[in-house]
Design a protein around this ligand. Structure first.
Ligand SMILES: Cc1ncc(COP(=O)(O)O)c(C=O)c1O
Length: 443
């Protein structure tokens, strides 16, 4: 769709030329990295700064506690020594304490295993879980989801099924989920909570439905906690004090959690996260595993088979960093939630600017409660598909990504990430959204 006027906040001719140069059929269908490159080129050519909402990178400085612990460890010489693949003891101990104090669940340090970002945790989980039972070879993604999880399954050559949860919130989730799990081919399912891209958070009722059905059909949930405690509607920042980070672990004894340090601790660059395997699953025997591993035990196979094959452990110094971050949070000396609340504050203001100018929030509720303000939100504009809207917003200096690449069925939707938008850009954003509305009066 072309702008109704050739006078747009960002020079119309230059934007058109750069889109042509990019050789993208339609920028609205581009991947996150392709979109980033196109915006870099337009910014360079016009000298104008975009309101950049395409990439989910932390916009805050890294946790100081982590950096200092890591420097200290490097000075002591850990760089020359292979770390044990199951993780250093202080990290395992503090991780186990962390999930007790912030989730109120019990997992032995043994099952708390460092991974190269939580992405490696899900990769290792898919690889191992889909080998446990001969008939169970398919992963179910509860969409919308982070596109890289799809990519992981694709490169592993594993089967996947998926559904968009938009129309299946609350009690409706039960029948929908059961229609997949009851077929018997699903080994595991994955969802993120809070969710990337929509920032929906499952309610206790929904987590119970997931846990109960996983028990009934012996399916292992992989709960992706990339945005740990970042549902800012509830203060989950106090160790040992409710409310806690909600989790499926309250409803089943067989689960894997992936905990990222990237967003909650602004530690994305060091690529460290934790895979938490419940005690029951860790000690479970699956005879089929012997085809690939030396033992039939799940935890042993995960560590000495899968993780050993992928990376033989995780950066030694980064393990000391994460151990120190967890310890400070556990001891009540580091309020990590307070540090990242800024994302929620920015989202509240930005969502208001969008909705005041005719845009709609697409995923807007958790059952009957308005969704939280956080790292992402989703929006649409009447009369536009997501792809058309993304293409058009380029002329207004606003960039984001389409929900189409996340498994969402809301093809009118766009994902906006607030992290890279600075508060001093809010005036620009408001002006550009106003201009967009004037140029595109909704029917
Ligand atoms: C839902 C989700 N899972 C995992 C990740 C990646 O986490 P990590 O950096 O720990 O690999 C992200 C990052 O954006 C994410 O949004």
């Amino acid at each position: 769709m072309n702008p109704t006027t050739k006078s747009t906040p960002i020079d119309y001719q230059i934007v058109s030329q750069k889109i042509k140069d990019s050789k993208l059929d339609s920028p609205g269908k581009a991947s996150i990295r392709e979109m980033k490159k196109l915006i870099d080129d337009i910014e360079m050519a016009t000298g104008e700064k975009f309101v950049r909402m395409e990439m989910g990178v932390p916009g805050l400085p890294p946790s100081k506690i982590g950096v200092e612990a890591e420097i200290e460890a490097l000075k002591k010489g850990v760089a020359s020594i292979y770390p044990d693949i199951y993780g250093i003891v202080p990290l395992k101990t503090e991780a186990s304490r962390f999930i007790k104090l912030f989730m109120d669940i019990d997992v032995s340090p043994e099952g708390c295993i460092p991974t190269g970002g939580s992405m490696m945790g899900s990769f290792a989980a898919f690889m191992t879980l889909n080998r446990c039972n001969p008939g169970k070879d398919t992963t179910l993604l509860i969409d919308p989801s982070f596109p890289v999880h799809r990519q992981q399954l694709r490169v592993l050559g594993q089967k996947l099924e998926a559904f968009d949860v938009y129309n299946y919130r609350g009690d409706k989730l039960r029948d929908k989920l059961e229609s997949y799990l009851s077929k018997g081919n699903i080994s595991c399912l994955l969802y993120s909570n809070p969710n990337n891209p929509s920032w929906i958070c499952f309610t206790e009722k929904e987590l119970k439905i997931i846990g109960d059905l996983c028990n009934k059909y012996d399916v292992i949930p992989i709960e992706d906690l990339a945005y740990f405690a970042m549902d800012f509607r509830r203060d989950m920042s106090k160790p040992g004090v409710p409310p806690y980070q909600p989790t499926v672990a309250k409803y089943t004894n067989n689960y894997i959690l992936t905990i990222s340090s990237s967003k909650a601790f602004s530690y994305a660059g060091q690529r460290i996260g934790m895979m938490i395997i419940s005690d029951e699953l860790y000690n479970r025997s699956y005879p089929s595993l012997k085809k690939y591993y030396t033992k039939d035990l799940f935890g042993h196979s995960m560590i000495y088979g899968t993780i050993y094959s992928i990376s033989s452990g995780v950066s030694h110094s980064a393990q000391y960093a994460l151990a120190a971050i967890f310890k400070a949070a556990n001891d009540g000396e580091f309020n990590f939630v307070e540090e990242v609340k800024e994302y929620g504050e920015k989202a509240r203001i930005m969502k208001k600017l969008f909705t005041e100018n005719g845009f709609k929030i697409v995923y807007d509720k958790d059952e009957d409660e308005p969704i939280a303000d956080g790292f992402y939100f989703t929006f649409s504009y009447p009369g536009f598909t997501g792809e058309e809207l993304l293409n058009e917003l380029l002329y207004y200096g606003i960039s984001a990504i389409s929900l189409a690449i996340t498994g969402s069925e809301r093809l009118e939707g766009i994902r906006a990430c607030v992290s890279m938008v600075r508060r001093d850009q809010f005036n620009d954003l408001e002006y550009r959204l106003k201009r967009f509305k004037e140029d595109h009066p909704s029917k």
